[in-house]
Design a protein around this ligand. Structure first.
Ligand code: KIV
Ligand code: ZN
Length: 517
């Protein structure tokens, strides 16, 4: 069977989702999980976009050992140099150079003639090939480009050294038949086309990204691009887990193999959702909470007789096991550490220590500590290196006819002292957030607040996501607890820590944020 490789852009196009902002540590965590999933090419970011992006690409490039790690670059020498700088220490470095080719982009965005586009594309690929063993070239807005011009671009970049040629449907405009036709056209007409891998990259503006990607596979592409959970610019990118499961479930039809480790799908989806703060809709294909739930009596009866009556995929195939009781309040640190490593987490000892304290608190309050709960605890702690304030206590006075009042006690690790403040608010959460503002002295604006439950039942963990803005920095915070008000306080402090950490960096203070002064 033919082999199709997966190019994941969760950390680049996915991170372009409005409001998503991953730090380097989170990007590395996701990248390592994508590697466990078996992703072949991983786009770590856009090195030239900012020093922070460059640093994140560098860290991902050094952490990932198997997959090829690429940085996006415009077709200009400066961007290619930045990508080179970022990936100097990477095990398998690559670059993804792009230039718009469509008449609309040539006229309104680039103000360039066809000949100028051809020259710029060729020069960029030639330079990129000097530095990188793996060069992908993308004809941005390829879906709306004249087919014969796509052929001309291809015939310039292939001899210049492109290894992969990508035709993105940048604006999600094409139908599956039209998109597949582009690849058939290129394969028939372009001289040297056999020297490159053709790649599909689709956006979901009309809800056709996955269908278009599958049509491209039928037309013979050897690489597909997308993001986990379909996150990305505007309506998002192709959801890679959906393509993977379509290919596996309908192998009889597509006749291709991917080599992916499908059992890692659920975990990858969960991690991306938590670290980006983008919840997965319940009815989402493959990874939604209801994707394997059967509600109607007739369906349940069929399922009991034989699961194939209403289920075309088994939940275990994507790594959704029946809920297990994993640890309880009598479990020791050793068992806790073993469980985390069995779940694939490689964490430093100090992190395990602080997580163990949180686990014990949780086990006291919650009878059944499930794998999902542990995932939430661990993922609440990514980015914990910037910890400046920690929540000690939160108390609330609430009545439906009185003004809610909160008092919070927070430990300030810089000054090594506990601080206490109280505040009123127009609701309990508002009062807590105002009290935290007073304690920390940070001026921040709450841009978003989301709440979700981690598992089921009365004692389920509540998980809160907040988005805070300070000047032109926006960060996310996450908090979990069996109590949603405590989870709210934790999420808010997590976000404040990230903002305060950035401020310390920007002011160039010599004292590390957590070492006291
Ligand atoms: O959608 C798009 O065209 C892109 C390019 C940068 C490949 O993301
Ligand atoms: Zn894109």
């Amino acid at each position: 069977m033919r082999r199709v490789q997966f190019f994941d852009t969760t950390l680049r196009d996915g991170e372009q989702s409005p409001g998503v902002n991953l730090n380097a540590e989170e990007k590395v965590a996701i990248a390592l999980q994508l590697e466990r999933l078996g992703i072949h090419v991983l786009e770590a970011g856009f090195a030239a976009a900012s020093p922070g992006d460059l640093e994140a690409v560098r860290q991902v490039g050094e952490a990932v050992k198997e997959a090829t790690v690429v940085s996006l670059a415009r077709a200009v020498p400066g961007d290619i140099e930045k990508a080179r700088e970022a990936l100097r220490g990477a095990e398998n470095p690559g670059i993804h150079v792009f230039l718009a080719t469509s008449p609309i982009h040539r006229k309104y965005k680039l103000n360039m003639t066809r000949e100028q586009v051809l020259e710029k594309a060729e020069n960029a690929v030639r330079l990129a090939k000097k530095y990188f063993p793996h060069v992908e070239f993308s004809m941005e807005d390829g879906g709306r480009t004249e087919k014969e011009f796509l052929c001309q671009v291809a015939e310039r970049v292939i001899p210049a050294g492109a290894d992969v040629l990508n035709v993105p449907d940048t604006v999600g405009y094409l139908t599956p038949a039209e998109y597949g036709e582009i690849f058939r056209y290129l394969k028939e007409r372009v001289r040297g086309i056999e020297k490159v891998k053709l790649s599909a990259h689709c956006h979901d503006d009309l809800g056709m990204a996955v269908a278009n990607t599958l049509a491209a596979i039928e037309a013979g592409v050897e690489q597909v691009e997308g993001a986990i959970n379909g996150i990305g610019e505007r309506a998002g990118n192709t959801a890679l887990e959906e393509v993977a499961m379509a290919l596996a479930t309908r192998e009889d039809h597509y006749q291709v193999v991917t080599g992916l480790n499908l059992r890692e799908i659920a975990k990858t989806s969960r991690m991306v959702s938590k670290l980006t703060g983008m919840p997965v809709p319940g009815n989402k294909a493959v990874v939604g909470a209801n994707a394997f739930a059967h509600e109607s009596g007739i369906h349940q009866d069929g399922m009991l007789k034989n699961s194939s009556t209403y289920e075309i995929m088994r939940p275990e195939t994507v790594g959704l096991e029946a809920t297990q009781l994993v640890l309880g309040k009598h479990s020791g640190r050793h068992a806790f550490r073993d469980k985390l490593s069995e779940m694939g987490y490689r964490l430093p000892e100090e992190k395990i220590d602080s997580l163990f304290i949180r686990f014990k608190e949780l086990a006291d309050r919650k009878k059944r500590v499930e794998e999902e709960d542990l995932v939430s605890l661990v993922e609440e702690k990514w980015g914990g290196e910037e910890e400046i304030f920690t929540l000690e206590t939160v108390q609330l006075s609430y009545g439906n006819r009185s003004v809610p009042t909160a008092s919070v006690r927070v430990f300030d690790l810089r000054r090594r002292r506990a601080l206490e403040e109280a505040a009123c608010g127009n609701g309990s959460v508002d009062a807590i957030f105002k009290a935290i503002d007073r304690v920390t002295g940070e001026v921040v604006h709450l841009e978003d607040y989301k709440i979700a439950s981690v598992t089921h039942g009365k004692d389920a963990l509540g998980e809160v996501f907040v988005k805070l803005r300070q000047g032109d920095s926006t960060v996310q915070g996450r908090g979990v607890s069996t109590d949603v008000l405590e989870a709210s306080a934790r999420a808010y402090i997590h976000a404040v820590n990230r903002l305060a950490g950035r401020l310390v960096e920007r002011k160039g203070e010599t004292v590390p944020a957590s070492s006291g002064s």
